[in-house]
Structure formats: C-alpha cells, structure tokens
Design a protein around this ligand. Structure first.
Ligand SMILES: O=C(O)CCC(=O)C(=O)O
Ligand SMILES: [Fe+2]
Length: 435
C-alpha cells in the first residue's frame, strides 16, 4: 500500500487567464495606449526582487552619489510588502500562472484568496501601493501573543501555538504521576540497527518546553513556518521551517535564503546544538558498549549541525518514505517525485554522506508512527513509535535508510508539556544535519 505525501491545492488548480487589465489595444483603430485601460494594480515585487534591486542601487550609488541613494531608498520606504490584500479572480489566476510555488500555507487555506506578501497583487491604485524598506523585511511579521495566533492572517507564518490560550482539562493525578515516573526513570538507549540509535525519553520536559517556545518564536519570524509546495501545486503535508540553511523543496538544494520570499533562515539556537552534541556522545557510548552484540558495531561520527529542518505535523499530517540523498544530476532525476512521491530527503553535501554523518531527530508533542526500511515500500518498512522527548540518530550504514511518518497519534503529547506551552495538537520534529 502506498500513500501520497502530497495534497493537491484546489485553490490554484485553475488554468491561466491573462485577462487582467482588459486591454483592448489590439482590437481598435485608435492609437494604442501604452497604459492599461483601467487603473490596474501590478504584481507586487517579491522581497527577493526588491532586495536585488536595492543591492544594485547600493552598488551603483556609492560615494558621491550617497544623496541619490538616500532618496532612492527613502522613496521606496513606503512600499508595503506586508500584503494581506484581497485580489480579483483574474489576478488570482495570473498569480497561479506565475507559480503556485510562491505561496505560503495561509494562501492555501484562505477561502477568500489573499495573496502572500511576497508576491501579492493589490486592489488599490498604484498610488497606494507601498513598499517597505529592505530593512523592514528583516523585521519579523508581528508575532501575536499566545491566544491570538496570526494563522489566519495571510502575511504571517504558521503558528504552532493554539489561537487562544485554551483552558486545557487538568490532567488527572494518575496521568501526571505516570509522566513523573517516566521522567524520573531517565532515558534509555536502544540500537535499532547498525548506525541507528534511539534514545527514548532523552529530552526532559524542561528541554521540550524550551525547544517548543524557541521554535514558536522563530517560527513566527523571518523564514518561519510555511507549507512547502511545488510548482505544479503539490504540497508537502506538513509545515516547515529551516534553521541555518534553507532547504528548497523545488531544487532539493540547500541555500542561504528561501527563494519563495527571500527570507534568511534563522540560526540554530546554541541550546539546540548542545543537546545534539550530548545526544551523539550518548549514542556513541551506547554503541561502544553494544559493539559485541550483533546489532551494534557502527561508530557514529560526531556531528556539528549547521542545518536544522523543523517540521510541524498537525494530527493528519504525514511524510512519505524517502531517503537522505546527495544532490547530483543522477539523483536529481531520481529525486523528482513521481505520482505524488517525494523520493528524497534534503541534499547534504557529498562529503557529509561519505563520512556517514548522522541525522539527529528530536520528537516533541504527539507521538508518531515512524517507518523505516531498506526499500521504498511501506509494507516492507518497520515501525517505531517516536514519543515526545525521543531522539533518533541514524548515520553510517543507516544513513540511507528509507524513512517517513505514517501517522500522528492524537492526544499523546505529555500533559506537562501542554500545561507549560500552548502547543497545538500535533508533533514537532527537528532534524539536525551537517552540510
Ligand atoms: O518527522 C520525522 O520523524 C522525520 C522527518 C524527516 O524525515 C525529514 O524531515 O526529512
Ligand atoms: Fe528525512
């Protein structure tokens, strides 16, 4: 049995209509007007385009031309990139033609089509179209406080917190006691197969709370959570944010910026890297003590993570079987997803592969049914239940293991975590990698 990690985006499946502007220049004998008949709204330039232009301006107007540069920049200061404008059907269609990939989750979910801020079309006159300064793009979209999520606002990234501060049912004494006992027991390590180690219950509730809060804060800022999509309308079934470097789902390459909006991925918080380092050391000693047993024997190399892909799975989200694969021409063809399959993971460097550097994966929130195996066949895959606080490490001979998430188990997140954060139902997964 196979399942698709994609969902088709009904919103943008319309064919293209270039009817905007109702230009009738071609059909009459009057001199052509180089202006459109109606006062039209133009496609708002993307941040990337604006950045490029401003960089060009900066290069051009240096030294003696500072005044000109100053006026160039200040005249564009008022251009508002924050979007959130409603558009006509024609523009929606035109937008589709321009690339369905340029949309964030919110665009996809809005009933009334609102274009994403990076490529929006305004319904106001040009006069009112404002562009913000380049610096403004660095400013994180307004992060609403808990209980006031901005998920519905087209200019904001996806918020992993619930909209309102919900009064959660107080966990029963029994439940809390069970969790406390589990925490007191500490973690246990299991070598799943050569190169794959599971540290059960490794992240304390305090660390989980810290990670959730940091991800929430970063997730609402520049380069925050969005729903990755493909040019043809396919969407990943999860929300994603990249730290360190951006993983571009179109090209399967890493880069310094996210092409859809020109945002720069936030840095990996040092607290995260420290936890990764500790977890690797732990798994190394576990493998060393297990080396006489049949399963062990693979030395897990140290990892200095410079990439972290943060996925948020809502209760119905999933991730198809895929493999960590080096980016090269051959694998690119192979990587192309076929029939709704994403065949690969992110494209770390060949050096990273050669060394068998591990992927370190943190699970927080609801539990996941994690699949892994040597073939891209769900029926032949083994299952692991990854619970909140678990850390899975796979490198060396397991570096190329096929893996995916079949489902999220509802209502399984630790009550203590939900009491301390406003995390919405679902699962947060962080995978650390070294380029
Ligand atoms: O969510 C998980 O456990 C796996 C995530 C993953 O494989 C990925 O992001 O490439
Ligand atoms: Fe993966």
């Amino acid at each position: 049995m196979s399942y698709s990690i994609f969902e088709k985006d009904e919103h943008f499946s319309v064919e293209d209509h270039y009817t905007a502007g109702n230009s009738s220049n071609e059909s009459n004998t009057r001199p052509s007007d180089i202006f459109l008949k109606k006062k039209l709204v133009g496609l708002k330039p993307s941040i990337l385009q604006l950045n490029r232009e401003k960089r060009k301006a900066t290069l051009k107007f240096s030294g003696d031309n500072k005044d000109i540069l100053q006026s160039t920049l200040s005249s564009s200061k008022n251009i508002n990139l924050s979007g959130g404008l409603f558009v006509s059907r024609e523009y929606e269609n035109k937008y589709v033609k321009f690339g369905a990939r340029m949309r964030c989750d919110l665009v996809n979910r809005m009933k009334d089509v609102t274009l994403a801020w990076h490529e929006s079309v305004s319904s106001t006159s040009d006069k009112n179209v404002e562009l913000s300064s380049v610096e403004n793009h660095k400013i994180a979209p307004k992060a609403d406080g808990p209980g006031n999520s901005s998920n519905e606002n087209s200019s904001s990234p996806f918020d992993i917190f619930l909209k309102k501060k919900v009064m959660r049912l107080k966990p029963s004494f029994l439940e809390l006691n069970r969790e406390k006992k589990k925490a007191a027991k500490g973690f246990s390590g299991i070598v799943i197969r050569p190169g794959m180690v599971l540290l059960k219950n490794y992240l304390s509730i305090n660390n989980q709370v810290m990670i959730v809060n940091k991800c929430r804060q970063l997730g609402l800022g520049e380069g925050g959570f969005y729903q990755p999509g493909f040019q043809d309308g396919g969407l990943l079934h999860l929300k994603m944010m990249c730290l360190g470097k951006n993983w571009d789902c179109q090209t399967r390459r890493y880069g310094e910026i996210r092409p859809i909006d020109g945002s720069v991925p936030p840095r990996i918080p040092v607290e995260f890297s420290q936890l990764v380092e500790k977890a690797i050391k732990e798994s190394k000693s576990l493998v060393a003590t297990n080396s006489n047993e049949t399963k062990g024997g693979d030395e897990i190399p140290l990892l200095l993570p410079d990439i972290c892909v943060v996925n948020f799975y809502t209760s119905t989200a999933k991730l198809g079987l895929h493999q960590v694969s080096v980016y090269d021409k051959t694998s690119f063809d192979f990587l192309k997803y076929k029939g709704g399959y994403l065949n690969t993971d992110k494209g770390e460097s060949k050096k990273s592969h050669r060394k068998g550097l591990p992927i370190v994966s943190f699970s927080i929130g609801d539990s996941a049914e994690f699949l892994y195996g040597d073939q891209k066949d769900v029926d032949k895959a083994d299952t692991l239940i990854l619970e909140s606080g678990d850390v899975l490490i796979f490198g060396e001979r397991s570096r190329n293991v096929f893996h995916g998430v079949r489902s999220i188990r509802k209502d399984t997140a630790p009550k203590a975590l939900l009491q301390e954060t406003n995390l919405q139902p679902g699962r947060l997964n962080l995978t650390f990698r070294q380029y």
